[in-house]
Ligand binder design. Sequence first.
Ligand code: SF4
Length: 232
Amino acid sequence: MCAQDTIDFVKNDIAEVGALVRSLSSRYERIFENLRASFAVELGRADSMVAAAHAGVAIADAAATSFREHMPNQPVIACSASCAACCHLHVKVPPGVAALISDYITANFSVEDRAALRVRLENAAAASRHAADATALRQRCPLLGQDDRCSVYPVRPPSCRAFTSGSVSRCHEVVFGPNTDGGGVTQSAAHFRIYMEATAALETAARNRGIPHHQIELSAALLDQIGPSDQA
Ligand code: SF4
């Protein structure tokens, strides 16, 4: 084999793999186009926004699990059940999610627990309302149990499901330290994107039904659902 043949072989070999990687890259993007289309179909035909929220998180959970199981080079996730740092960040919910959580609370919380939760929700909603920048606020989520576990874990909001971290200590710095800009926490980008697609799909489903479609701060949204009196 002469030198030119060798050079051509090396160049063509790289070009062939380059073309394969480019085609894989566009196929990768199609995962999200297909995901968006699946959300549109399922959330569009749901009977109610609660049903849409239920379907949205189920699809997103399945997508996130499949990503973890099948995609190579996934980032390390340092989150553990004993860490609740991100449960001190500002949380917003898309349409349907607060109603889903409210139904769960009605079915699973005692009257006493619901009354205590109402007080925490009112305090948290007031703090958000009066904050100059609510997104910079660091306060314990009213739904975080005394054991530092989410008391509505099976129906927690998409943004809570979306957040992952590669470093517990970095999360603690960002949440509890003086620098509260929220930056610098390494996340699983694909995982985050899946739940943001679910959030956008719920907003679109609400808009298509002609009802309010913007995200609302979690405590205020839950108080809207629970109503002025929770004595029943
Ligand atoms: S809803 Fe649950 S997971 Fe989300 S911030 Fe509150 S306690 Fe944490």
